[in-house]
Design a protein around this ligand. Structure first.
Ligand SMILES: Cc1ncc(COP(=O)(O)O)c(C=O)c1O
Length: 380
């Protein structure tokens, strides 16, 4: 049975060139990038080359990038490394669980910025809620479940001196993003969302903005992140970043397919299924090269609510038919919990457990979507 993978926001289909280069490093010869001998220097050189490719793809200086094991670690590092107990922090209601987890350990006063029924924020809410004790604001560039692109630049301009942390994990590799232009002070990305191997992420700090390291005890990454670097994953990320333009072109080509899918879901009728958010059309070129001043939509993501079908049951049935998709977030038992993101849109707990996320990738073709629709038609 052919498996149709439509869970690219969870982890992207590996890029062939990135995997090949990463595998070469995994095969050896042995090399620790901190060693001063020739092999160590070669590994160091490969890491620095990756850093340059990633910096170029993000429009920033490579000196301001720090490698981590992924975006979860990057978020924990920045949140714990910028905030102290008692500080005030503004956080959008739709952030990734990694953000909430990192905030738990800090003891800061967390003020949640709500979203409307379509998942949009009002940038002025950030400005209005800033006070002297506000030390950080957190807003993602694009939402992993509903695909909304957020006006991070408009938000940054509301914040004055308060630094903005942008989780750019889902935007990177799907739409053009120049971090300098977002107005953010800090940003994070993750390699496995753009076709690199799992196990490498990046922190960007504007102008080398300070933060306390989470992992200490080694001089790696200029003392900002101790621990032996994952050379293979970093090299893979560098290669994926080097080829980012071609990935972006393929993502752009998904726009009509997403719109077709949206149209087909509409034909099911609201009793059976509907796409979340009235403005979910990826209607213009500007959605693919966002200004970061207004809301937009990722070209590959469509969140669908299925009022008569519990998400986990539908997912299982689709899985049996060969489709890999996601719904809400899995809890420790593997069961599905209502999506906090859909809850933040003002939907009931019941509705929030009926989410089906379709996230397409560079290898998705129209027949995959046609088959999905045919199965959905049967199942719901
Ligand atoms: C928006 C967002 N932030 C952070 C993360 C965490 O990334 P990582 O898997 O690299 O830890 C994810 C991954 O699902 C994500 O979608």
């Amino acid at each position: 049975m052919k498996v149709i993978y439509l869970d690219e926001n969870a982890t992207a289909t590996p890029s062939r060139v990135a995997s090949e280069m990463a595998s070469e490093w995994l095969r050896g010869p042995a090399a620790n990038a901190s060693s001063v001998h020739s092999r160590g220097r070669r590994a160091r050189g490969a890491i620095e080359e990756s850093r340059r490719h990633i910096a170029a793809s993000l429009g920033v200086s490579s000196r301001h990038l720090t490698f981590t094991s992924g975006a979860t670690e990057a978020l924990h590092t920045l949140i714990g490394g910028v905030l102290s107990s008692g500080d005030h922090v503004l956080v959008s209601a739709v952030e990734h669980p990694a953000v909430w987890g990192a905030l738990e350990g800090v003891g800061a006063e967390v003020e949640v910025i709500p979203v409307d029924a379509e998942g949009r924020v009002n940038p002025t809410h950030f400005g209005e809620r800033c006070r002297e004790s506000t030390k950080l604001a957190i807003m993602m560039a694009a939402q992993n479940e509903i695909g909304t692109i957020y006006p991070v630049r408009a938000i940054a301009s509301q914040l004055g001196q308060v630094p903005l942390l942008v989780d750019a994990v889902q935007a990177y590799g799907k739409v053009k993003i120049n971090l300098e232009e977002t107005g953010a002070t800090f940003a994070v990305i993750s390699g496995h969302k753009i076709g690199a191997p799992q196990g490498a992420g990046v922190i960007w700090a504007r102008g080398g903005a300070p933060f306390q390291p989470l992992l200490r005890g080694g001089a790696q990454e200029r003392g900002r992140r101790a621990g032996t670097e994952n050379v293979a994953a970093i090299v893979g990320l560098g290669v994926a970043a080097k080829h980012l333009e071609s990935r972006l072109a393929k993502m752009k080509a998904l726009r009509p397919l997403r719109e077709e899918l949206r149209g087909m879901i509409k034909q099911f009728g609201a009793q059976r299924a509907w796409a979340l958010g009235a403005f979910t059309a990826v209607s213009s070129e500007s959605d693919l090269t966002p200004s970061w001043l207004v809301h937009g939509q990722l070209p590959n993501t469509l969140a669908v609510l299925t009022p008569q079908q519990p998400g986990d049951l539908l997912l299982q049935r689709l899985d049996l038919a060969g489709f890999c998709l996601s719904s809400g977030s899995a809890c420790s038992s593997g069961a599905l919990e209502p999506s906090p993101v859909v809850r933040a849109l003002g939907r009931s707990e019941d509705e929030s457990s009926k989410l089906l996320r379709v996230s397409m990738g560079v290898e998705t073709d129209p027949s995959d979507i046609e088959q999905l629709i045919a199965h959905l038609d049967e199942l719901i």
